[in-house]
Design a protein around this ligand. Structure first.
Ligand SMILES: Cc1cc2nc3c(=O)[nH]c(=O)nc-3n(C[C@H](O)[C@H](O)[C@H](O)COP(=O)(O)OP(=O)(O)OC[C@H]3O[C@@H](n4cnc5c(N)ncnc54)[C@H](O)[C@@H]3O)c2cc1C
Length: 461
């Protein structure tokens, strides 16, 4: 473990408004925890920033002491990049302010805010950010990778609604990134992750969705999964962009609308959100309800904040997680064979196979508009491997890897935010060659020394 010069640390503490934590300090262990329980890393120093000036001080300190930097936004990324061994963890989790301008339909969101923070404030005005589906996910990491959720099919990805950002770069400068200020940086942070600096605040366009949305969940029998998915793969692609229907294959949680004997059984869960007239939504969802037999369903008007937190409990902090993912060109029968085979043999009851439908507004944005490259593929296949005991690591990871390679022939590209620690060659799969080359150029401009490398790294060399 690096031994830091105590005078230098004291200098940092003297000009810092947040907290500086060292091993042994009371909050040190709590601060280094992240969502994925697989990572028990111990930074030499944790800088819990509360302001842009703190972020600049932390970056300058880490650079001048040649410390590896790990930036923690929401700490949710399954690859564990929010915490490092030995270096400096720059923790943004105390920077969670969200300021909404209801006239301009915009929200300025701090770099460490969670999606739940954004929902809480924007919903005061009946507005929403296009973001993800678990309320304790960080807006920071999610947005820098792309960001999709229940309303992105009609509103675009989070990055498609990003108007500007404030970025602290590797040499400690504070830059605005927008279409008119540092447009290359603005292009890069929209899909290139945290490679170019630390975003202290984002300015988003919000969508006026109101406070309640027609939404729900239909639980299909796993016995008829093939028949259902053969219907689903065609039908969802005919739906208007305001309707988002996803698919999750997993063991049934103890949902109140399911009879007890279904709890823990393999099922195909079909959650959906419709932005529009509920009667029209009901009409569009009817064929799904009728497609194959269901165990149960709960459909109706739900407060947006409740819906957004509805999947939190299944994704709480601390469990061991290993994710594998790719975009799927076609849910062909052969691809389905693999999905059903592996899904039928999950190594733990907490695993799930998550298949969101992606087409819509994101696929209408030109491929070179942002660094989020794979906009055309209809589905994502996410293998969420989740378990409790360390002794199950090998079995669970092996299942995910085999499952993933079995579906490779049907895949094209990957979403950078769903990558585990899979090596530098795999990071390139998140981008096309043109996008990758441009990202490398931007990295050379803003971080030629690769100070920000604890991420899905774009190596400037
Ligand atoms: C349960 C769960 C559900 C998810 N659901 C969705 C979903 O619906 N849609 C979706 O698009 N994604 C989803 N994701 C993926 C999610 O987008 C990524 O895990 C994302 O990286 C999380 O961001 P974070 O800030 O919480 O993570 P962190 O682990 O804190 O950060 C992830 C990466 O981003 C960097 N970073 C974070 N904040 C900043 C910042 N302000 N400035 C610079 N760099 C920063 C970090 O250094 C790190 O490299 C989900 C993930 C989980 C675990």
């Amino acid at each position: 473990m690096t031994t830091l010069n105590t005078d230098h640390v004291q200098n940092l503490i003297d000009r810092f408004r947040g907290e500086i934590l060292l091993p042994g300090d009371t909050s040190y262990n709590e601060a280094r925890e992240i969502w994925n329980g697989m990572f028990d890393r111990k930074p030499a120093i944790i800088a819990r920033c509360i302001s842009t000036s703190d972020v600049i001080s932390a970056v300058n300190f880490a650079r001048s002491h040649k410390l590896l930097i790990a930036v923690k936004g929401g700490g949710h990324n399954s690859a564990g990049n929010a915490v490092c061994d030995d270096g400096m963890m720059i923790d943004l989790s105390l920077m969670r302010r969200v300021n909404v301008d209801p006239q301009a339909l915009t929200a300025r969101v701090d770099g460490g805010a969670l999606l739940g923070d954004a929902d809480h404030e924007t919903q005061l005005h009946g507005l929403a950010l296009s973001g993800g589906i678990v309320s304790h996910t960080g807006v920071g990491g999610l947005t820098l990778g792309g960001g999709f959720g229940w309303i992105s099919r009609s509103q675009g990805l989070s990055i498609d609604n990003l108007l500007s950002a404030e970025v602290v770069t590797a040499n400690g400068d504070l830059l605005t990134a927008s279409p008119s200020d540092n447009p290359d940086l603005f292009w890069g942070i929209r899909g290139g992750g945290g490679n170019f600096g630390i975003v202290t605040s984002f300015l988003f366009r919000c969508a006026p969705i109101g406070n309640d949305v027609y939404s729900g969940m239909i639980i299909k029998k796993f016995e008829n999964a093939r028949e259902y998915i053969q219907f689903h793969r065609e039908y969802v692609r005919t739906l208007p962009d305001e309707m988002t229907v996803w698919m999750v294959i997993r063991h049934a949680p103890p949902l109140p609308f399911l009879s007890e004997e279904v709890h823990g059984k393999m099922v195909v869960a079909i959650p959906f959100v419709w932005l529009g007239d509920p009667d029209k939504g009901a009409e569009l969802i009817k064929p799904i309800r009728e497609a194959t037999e269901s165990h149960g369903e709960a459909i109706g008007m739900n407060p947006w904040v409740d819906w957004q937190a509805g999947f939190d409990a299944l994704n709480d902090h601390g469990a061991r997680n290993y994710w594998k993912s790719h975009h799927i060109k076609e849910l062909s029968d052969e691809c389905l064979d693999q999905i059903l085979d592996f899904a039928g043999n999950m190594p733990s009851d907490a695993c799930e196979v998550f298949i969101p439908h992606m087409e819509g507004a994101p696929s209408k944005v030109p491929a070179d508009e942002t660094a989020f490259a794979h906009r055309k593929t209809p589905f994502v296949l996410n293998i969420h491997t989740r378990w409790e005991a360390k002794s199950d690591d090998e079995k669970c990871i092996a299942w995910a890897r085999k499952f993933h390679s079995s579906t490779e022939p049907y895949a094209e590209g990957v979403y950078v935010n769903f990558l585990s620690d899979e090596g530098s060659a795999r990071v390139k799969d998140a981008y096309t060659k043109e996008v990758w080359d441009r990202l490398v150029q931007i990295k050379r401009t803003y971080d030629p020394g690769n100070l920000f490398r604890m991420n899905q790294n774009i190596n400037p060399d």
